[in-house]
Design a protein around this ligand. Structure first.
Ligand code: ADP
Ligand code: MG
Length: 264
Protein backbone atom coordinates (compact mmCIF):
# COMPACT_ATOMS: atom_id res chain seq x y z
CA UNK A 1 0.00 0.00 0.00
CA UNK A 2 1.34 3.47 -0.91
CA UNK A 3 2.15 5.94 1.80
CA UNK A 4 -0.80 8.23 1.27
CA UNK A 5 -3.45 5.58 0.89
CA UNK A 6 -6.29 4.80 3.21
CA UNK A 7 -8.50 1.74 2.98
CA UNK A 8 -11.41 3.85 1.77
CA UNK A 9 -12.50 3.33 -1.82
CA UNK A 10 -12.41 6.55 -3.82
CA UNK A 11 -13.35 5.31 -7.28
CA UNK A 12 -15.36 2.17 -7.88
CA UNK A 13 -15.76 1.15 -11.53
CA UNK A 14 -17.66 -2.02 -12.40
CA UNK A 15 -18.13 -3.46 -15.89
CA UNK A 16 -17.89 -0.06 -17.50
CA UNK A 17 -18.30 0.25 -21.26
CA UNK A 18 -18.15 3.37 -23.41
CA UNK A 19 -19.31 3.30 -27.01
CA UNK A 20 -19.07 6.17 -29.46
CA UNK A 21 -21.40 6.68 -32.43
CA UNK A 22 -24.46 4.74 -33.54
CA UNK A 23 -25.39 1.91 -35.89
CA UNK A 24 -22.61 0.99 -38.33
CA UNK A 25 -20.50 3.80 -36.90
CA UNK A 26 -20.65 2.30 -33.44
CA UNK A 27 -17.24 1.98 -31.83
CA UNK A 28 -16.39 0.40 -28.48
CA UNK A 29 -13.78 2.61 -26.83
CA UNK A 30 -13.91 0.77 -23.50
CA UNK A 31 -15.22 -2.73 -22.89
CA UNK A 32 -16.03 -4.16 -19.47
CA UNK A 33 -13.57 -2.15 -17.41
CA UNK A 34 -13.54 -2.80 -13.66
CA UNK A 35 -11.20 -0.97 -11.31
CA UNK A 36 -11.17 0.37 -7.79
CA UNK A 37 -8.91 3.16 -6.60
CA UNK A 38 -8.36 3.85 -2.92
CA UNK A 39 -8.40 7.28 -1.37
CA UNK A 40 -4.94 8.86 -1.53
CA UNK A 41 -3.68 6.35 -4.06
CA UNK A 42 -1.56 7.33 -7.06
CA UNK A 43 -2.70 5.30 -10.07
CA UNK A 44 -1.34 5.50 -13.61
CA UNK A 45 -3.34 4.46 -16.66
CA UNK A 46 -0.75 3.13 -19.10
CA UNK A 47 -1.16 1.93 -22.66
CA UNK A 48 -0.63 2.74 -26.33
CA UNK A 49 -2.56 5.38 -28.23
CA UNK A 50 -6.21 4.54 -28.73
CA UNK A 51 -6.60 2.09 -25.85
CA UNK A 52 -9.14 4.32 -24.13
CA UNK A 53 -7.05 6.06 -21.43
CA UNK A 54 -8.56 9.48 -22.10
CA UNK A 55 -12.03 7.97 -22.40
CA UNK A 56 -11.65 6.33 -18.99
CA UNK A 57 -10.28 9.52 -17.42
CA UNK A 58 -13.10 11.55 -18.97
CA UNK A 59 -15.66 9.11 -17.64
CA UNK A 60 -14.18 9.50 -14.15
CA UNK A 61 -14.17 13.29 -14.62
CA UNK A 62 -17.86 13.21 -15.62
CA UNK A 63 -17.21 14.48 -19.16
CA UNK A 64 -18.12 11.18 -20.77
CA UNK A 65 -21.20 9.16 -19.94
CA UNK A 66 -20.70 5.38 -19.78
CA UNK A 67 -22.84 3.25 -22.09
CA UNK A 68 -23.14 0.57 -19.43
CA UNK A 69 -21.71 -0.43 -16.09
CA UNK A 70 -21.34 1.59 -12.93
CA UNK A 71 -18.95 4.33 -11.89
CA UNK A 72 -19.05 5.53 -8.29
CA UNK A 73 -16.90 8.17 -6.64
CA UNK A 74 -17.12 8.36 -2.85
CA UNK A 75 -20.00 5.92 -3.20
CA UNK A 76 -22.12 8.14 -5.48
CA UNK A 77 -22.70 7.73 -9.21
CA UNK A 78 -20.84 10.26 -11.36
CA UNK A 79 -23.41 12.45 -13.11
CA UNK A 80 -21.24 15.26 -14.50
CA UNK A 81 -18.09 17.26 -13.84
CA UNK A 82 -17.33 18.02 -10.20
CA UNK A 83 -15.04 20.82 -8.99
CA UNK A 84 -13.69 18.44 -6.35
CA UNK A 85 -12.15 16.36 -9.14
CA UNK A 86 -9.93 18.67 -11.13
CA UNK A 87 -8.55 17.76 -14.53
CA UNK A 88 -5.07 18.81 -15.70
CA UNK A 89 -4.46 18.57 -19.45
CA UNK A 90 -1.32 18.33 -21.53
CA UNK A 91 -1.96 21.66 -23.27
CA UNK A 92 -2.23 23.50 -19.92
CA UNK A 93 -5.49 25.30 -20.77
CA UNK A 94 -4.13 28.64 -19.58
CA UNK A 95 -5.66 32.01 -20.43
CA UNK A 96 -2.94 33.96 -22.28
CA UNK A 97 -4.32 37.38 -21.37
CA UNK A 98 -4.08 36.68 -17.66
CA UNK A 99 -0.96 36.81 -15.50
CA UNK A 100 0.31 33.70 -13.74
CA UNK A 101 -1.41 34.64 -10.49
CA UNK A 102 -4.70 35.45 -12.19
CA UNK A 103 -4.59 32.11 -13.97
CA UNK A 104 -3.99 30.33 -10.68
CA UNK A 105 -6.90 32.18 -9.05
CA UNK A 106 -9.33 31.41 -11.88
CA UNK A 107 -11.21 28.61 -10.14
CA UNK A 108 -11.64 30.68 -6.98
CA UNK A 109 -13.44 33.58 -8.61
CA UNK A 110 -16.96 32.30 -8.35
CA UNK A 111 -16.41 31.05 -4.82
CA UNK A 112 -17.53 32.86 -1.76
CA UNK A 113 -14.10 33.89 -0.55
CA UNK A 114 -12.80 37.20 0.78
CA UNK A 115 -10.17 38.85 -1.45
CA UNK A 116 -7.53 38.19 1.20
CA UNK A 117 -8.56 34.54 1.57
CA UNK A 118 -8.34 34.15 -2.19
CA UNK A 119 -4.95 35.80 -2.26
CA UNK A 120 -3.65 33.53 0.49
CA UNK A 121 -4.69 30.45 -1.45
CA UNK A 122 -3.11 31.75 -4.65
CA UNK A 123 0.11 32.58 -2.74
CA UNK A 124 0.24 29.13 -1.17
CA UNK A 125 -0.24 27.37 -4.51
CA UNK A 126 2.31 29.58 -6.30
CA UNK A 127 4.77 28.70 -3.56
CA UNK A 128 3.96 25.01 -3.82
CA UNK A 129 5.00 24.94 -7.47
CA UNK A 130 7.87 27.42 -7.08
CA UNK A 131 6.37 30.22 -9.18
CA UNK A 132 6.08 33.02 -6.64
CA UNK A 133 8.71 35.12 -8.39
CA UNK A 134 6.81 34.83 -11.69
CA UNK A 135 3.37 35.80 -10.44
CA UNK A 136 3.10 38.88 -12.67
CA UNK A 137 4.36 37.21 -15.83
CA UNK A 138 2.11 36.09 -18.67
CA UNK A 139 2.10 32.42 -19.75
CA UNK A 140 3.78 33.18 -23.09
CA UNK A 141 6.79 34.58 -21.21
CA UNK A 142 7.37 31.22 -19.52
CA UNK A 143 8.70 27.80 -20.55
CA UNK A 144 6.57 24.69 -21.05
CA UNK A 145 7.54 23.32 -17.65
CA UNK A 146 6.55 26.56 -15.96
CA UNK A 147 3.24 26.67 -17.82
CA UNK A 148 2.49 23.17 -16.65
CA UNK A 149 3.30 24.33 -13.10
CA UNK A 150 0.75 27.15 -13.48
CA UNK A 151 -1.85 24.61 -14.58
CA UNK A 152 -0.99 22.42 -11.60
CA UNK A 153 -1.17 25.38 -9.18
CA UNK A 154 -4.52 26.36 -10.63
CA UNK A 155 -5.80 22.82 -10.17
CA UNK A 156 -4.57 22.74 -6.58
CA UNK A 157 -6.02 26.17 -5.74
CA UNK A 158 -9.57 24.83 -5.63
CA UNK A 159 -8.36 22.18 -3.16
CA UNK A 160 -9.71 19.18 -5.05
CA UNK A 161 -9.62 15.79 -3.37
CA UNK A 162 -8.74 14.16 -6.66
CA UNK A 163 -6.46 15.19 -9.53
CA UNK A 164 -7.14 13.68 -12.95
CA UNK A 165 -4.17 14.20 -15.23
CA UNK A 166 -4.13 13.39 -18.95
CA UNK A 167 -0.52 13.07 -20.17
CA UNK A 168 0.25 16.36 -18.41
CA UNK A 169 4.00 16.16 -18.99
CA UNK A 170 3.82 14.77 -22.53
CA UNK A 171 4.97 17.99 -24.18
CA UNK A 172 7.95 18.58 -21.87
CA UNK A 173 11.61 17.75 -22.50
CA UNK A 174 13.04 14.80 -20.59
CA UNK A 175 14.77 16.81 -17.88
CA UNK A 176 11.88 19.17 -17.20
CA UNK A 177 9.60 16.19 -17.20
CA UNK A 178 11.66 14.40 -14.54
CA UNK A 179 11.56 17.56 -12.39
CA UNK A 180 7.80 17.85 -12.78
CA UNK A 181 7.40 14.21 -11.79
CA UNK A 182 9.35 14.87 -8.60
CA UNK A 183 7.29 17.96 -7.87
CA UNK A 184 4.07 16.11 -8.41
CA UNK A 185 5.16 13.37 -5.99
CA UNK A 186 6.17 15.98 -3.43
CA UNK A 187 2.80 17.74 -3.79
CA UNK A 188 0.94 14.45 -3.58
CA UNK A 189 2.82 13.55 -0.41
CA UNK A 190 2.07 16.98 1.08
CA UNK A 191 -1.57 17.29 0.10
CA UNK A 192 -2.89 13.72 0.33
CA UNK A 193 -4.91 13.65 -2.87
CA UNK A 194 -6.03 10.76 -5.00
CA UNK A 195 -4.31 11.00 -8.38
CA UNK A 196 -5.25 9.26 -11.62
CA UNK A 197 -2.51 9.98 -14.14
CA UNK A 198 -2.62 8.98 -17.82
CA UNK A 199 0.64 8.22 -19.61
CA UNK A 200 1.97 6.11 -22.46
CA UNK A 201 5.45 6.13 -20.95
CA UNK A 202 6.35 2.99 -18.95
CA UNK A 203 9.15 4.68 -17.00
CA UNK A 204 6.90 7.54 -16.01
CA UNK A 205 4.28 5.09 -14.75
CA UNK A 206 6.83 3.06 -12.76
CA UNK A 207 8.31 6.23 -11.29
CA UNK A 208 4.99 7.72 -10.20
CA UNK A 209 2.43 5.08 -9.45
CA UNK A 210 1.42 2.97 -6.49
CA UNK A 211 -0.36 0.82 -9.08
CA UNK A 212 -0.20 0.81 -12.87
CA UNK A 213 -3.35 -0.02 -14.81
CA UNK A 214 -2.12 -1.63 -18.01
CA UNK A 215 -4.53 -1.10 -20.89
CA UNK A 216 -4.82 -2.56 -24.37
CA UNK A 217 -6.80 -1.51 -27.48
CA UNK A 218 -9.42 -3.09 -29.76
CA UNK A 219 -11.50 -2.82 -27.74
CA UNK A 220 -10.07 -0.60 -25.01
CA UNK A 221 -9.75 -2.67 -21.86
CA UNK A 222 -7.66 -3.36 -18.78
CA UNK A 223 -5.11 -6.07 -19.40
CA UNK A 224 -3.53 -6.15 -15.94
CA UNK A 225 -3.06 -4.07 -12.83
CA UNK A 226 0.49 -4.03 -11.51
CA UNK A 227 1.45 -2.90 -8.02
CA UNK A 228 4.78 -1.09 -8.02
CA UNK A 229 6.77 -2.56 -5.18
CA UNK A 230 9.08 0.36 -4.66
CA UNK A 231 9.13 2.96 -1.89
CA UNK A 232 9.22 6.67 -2.61
CA UNK A 233 12.32 8.53 -3.66
CA UNK A 234 12.60 6.03 -6.50
CA UNK A 235 15.83 5.54 -8.38
CA UNK A 236 15.20 5.30 -12.13
CA UNK A 237 18.48 3.43 -12.62
CA UNK A 238 18.12 0.85 -9.87
CA UNK A 239 17.87 -2.85 -10.57
CA UNK A 240 14.50 -3.01 -8.85
CA UNK A 241 13.16 -0.15 -10.98
CA UNK A 242 14.30 -1.97 -14.12
CA UNK A 243 12.69 -5.16 -12.87
CA UNK A 244 9.32 -3.43 -12.45
CA UNK A 245 9.71 -1.97 -15.90
CA UNK A 246 10.56 -5.34 -17.40
CA UNK A 247 7.56 -6.95 -15.79
CA UNK A 248 5.30 -4.36 -17.40
CA UNK A 249 6.98 -4.89 -20.76
CA UNK A 250 6.37 -8.58 -20.34
CA UNK A 251 2.69 -8.00 -19.72
CA UNK A 252 2.48 -6.02 -22.95
CA UNK A 253 4.47 -8.64 -24.85
CA UNK A 254 2.85 -11.76 -23.55
CA UNK A 255 -0.27 -11.82 -25.66
CA UNK A 256 0.28 -9.54 -28.57
CA UNK A 257 3.68 -8.32 -29.57
CA UNK A 258 2.39 -5.45 -31.73
CA UNK A 259 0.94 -3.76 -28.69
CA UNK A 260 4.37 -3.18 -27.24
CA UNK A 261 6.23 -1.98 -30.32
CA UNK A 262 5.02 1.48 -29.52
CA UNK A 263 7.34 1.60 -26.50
CA UNK A 264 10.52 0.14 -27.90
P1 ADP B 1 -6.14 7.10 -25.65
O1 ADP B 1 -6.33 8.27 -24.74
O2 ADP B 1 -5.69 5.86 -24.94
O3 ADP B 1 -5.23 7.41 -26.80
P2 ADP B 1 -8.91 7.56 -26.34
O4 ADP B 1 -9.69 7.33 -25.10
O5 ADP B 1 -8.65 8.96 -26.72
O6 ADP B 1 -7.55 6.73 -26.26
O7 ADP B 1 -9.65 6.87 -27.56
C1 ADP B 1 -10.00 5.52 -27.57
C2 ADP B 1 -10.63 5.19 -28.89
O8 ADP B 1 -11.87 5.84 -29.00
C3 ADP B 1 -9.80 5.65 -30.08
O9 ADP B 1 -9.86 4.68 -31.10
C4 ADP B 1 -10.48 6.93 -30.53
O10 ADP B 1 -10.32 7.14 -31.91
C5 ADP B 1 -11.92 6.67 -30.16
N1 ADP B 1 -12.61 7.90 -29.78
C6 ADP B 1 -12.26 8.76 -28.81
N2 ADP B 1 -13.13 9.78 -28.69
C7 ADP B 1 -14.07 9.56 -29.64
C8 ADP B 1 -15.26 10.26 -30.04
N3 ADP B 1 -15.66 11.38 -29.44
N4 ADP B 1 -15.97 9.72 -31.07
C9 ADP B 1 -15.59 8.58 -31.68
N5 ADP B 1 -14.50 7.87 -31.34
C10 ADP B 1 -13.74 8.36 -30.34
MG1 MG C 1 -5.45 10.18 -24.70
Amino acid sequence: MGRRETMKTKIDIQHLSVEYGRGAERFTALADVSLTVREGEFVCLLGPSGCGKTTLLNAIAGFERPTSGSLLIDGSPVDGPNPRHTVVFQDYGLLPWRTVERNVGLGLENRNLSPSGRQQTVDRCLDLVGLTAFRNYYPEQLSGGMRQRIALARALAVDPDMLLMDEPFGALDVITRARMQDELIRIWQTCAKTIVFVTHDIDEAVYLADRVVIMAPDPGRIKAVKTIDLGRGRDRTSVRFMAERDQILEIFEMKNYTEVEFYL
